[in-house]
Design a protein around this ligand. Sequence first.
Ligand SMILES: [Fe+2]
Length: 140
Amino acid sequence: MTSRRAFMTMSVAAAAAVTGTLLTGRTVSADDELEFPYNVAFTQKHQGHWEGKAGTHVPKVEITDTEIIVTTPHPMSEKHYIVRHTIVDSKGTPIGEHTFAPTDKTAVSKYPLPANSSGKKFYVTSFCNLHDLWIGKFKI
Ligand SMILES: [Fe+2]
């Protein structure tokens, strides 16, 4: 059973992940009207009904001097593939997004490193056409 605190943490992360398309520039708090039940979005810690799928669905992030490289180590085929990556900052402002085709060989996307991003927290999402929305976070 998930504790209320863990649920709220996941809800905030999920809300922050979708604010890029729903509420651009708005800060989401735990008591915001945007709350999600368990099994809407998934993380390394909260794999929900997709328990065991985190290894191939949670996006990995590499930071270089000039860019953010997002990789989802997931097979790509016509029937099962990563559809999209999105990065938002801690206030939900979109930083970058990329839509994949099932014919892409890998789920790797690259984004310019935002100015003045050192020390700031970001959220990254990876959406699988069969296994839903997965969320990671990283700090530059
Ligand atoms: Fe998948």
